[in-house]
Design a protein. Structure first.
Length: 228
């Protein structure tokens, strides 16, 4: 898969064009306590300010050698989640994901008139997260679509290209989506299978950023799940 492309439309297509025969199956609610999902995600670009390169003149006054800025480019990611139903509409879930976004640093406005240049490196990004998921509607007989909201936090571990530097960060997110049950099985250890699509707004700090500020990015995902 080409880095930066969004795989979510594939999941959305499957979700939207389900065979009508699925609706003829049992209408028993899928009440499995454990839910396991695997899927893909797409994270939008994040801009990071970079301090300008400064130097002091003979009088001790600072002057700029060149200006710089950086960006963590959009990237596709892959991961999985395990969720436990607490009762009623609530689930608690934990997940692990991996992506390889490009970090691009632009240098311009050189004091000696040098041409602007860009330096790119690939970041290996791992994230562990925990979240609460709340269904917006209770389970009802025959129900196959379950809208939900979610909120949680994550820990970032980022490895720069060449394994020259390892940095860590944190993230917080709020979002929502829809789960659609494709198949329900009665009297089986495998209770149900389905598709999940979701979107969230992520606030992250530290990590590959060059400052202590919080930066926002949209994240969209799609996954397949099974319930036990």
């Amino acid at each position: 898969m080409r880095r930066g492309c969004c795989p979510v439309p594939v999941i959305l297509t499957v979700w939207a064009w389900l065979p009508l025969a699925l609706h003829a199956q049992s209408a028993t609610p899928a009440d499995g306590r454990v839910e396991v999902s695997v899927g893909t995600s797409w994270t939008g670009a994040i801009a990071f300010p970079v301090p300008d390169a400064l130097e002091e003149d003979r009088d001790g006054n600072p002057f700029r050698l060149f200006a710089a800025d950086s960006e963590l480019r959009p990237a596709a990611g892959y991961g999985g989640r395990i969720a436990l139903r607490l009762g009623g509409r609530l689930q608690v879930e934990t997940g692990l994901s991996y992506s390889e976004p490009d970090l691009v640093v632009h240098a311009s406005s050189d004091v000696e008139g040098a041409e602007a240049l860009s330096i790119t490196e690939t970041i290996s990004q791992f994230q562990i997260e925990a979240a609460m998921v709340a269904a917006l509607t209770p389970w009802r007989p025959g129900q196959r679509n379950v809208p939900f909201v979610t909120a949680g936090a994550g820990y970032l571990r980022e490895l720069h290209e060449g394994q020259t530097l390892v940095v860590s960060g944190r993230s917080y997110f709020l979002g929502g989506g829809m789960k659609r049950v494709l198949k329900i099985r009665q009297g089986s250890w495998l209770k149900a299978a389905g598709v999940r699509v979701d979107g969230r707004l992520v606030a992250r700090s530290k990590g590959a950023g060059f400052d202590e500020r919080v930066h926002l990015a949209p994240v969209f995902g799609g996954s397949l799940f099974v319930r036990f």
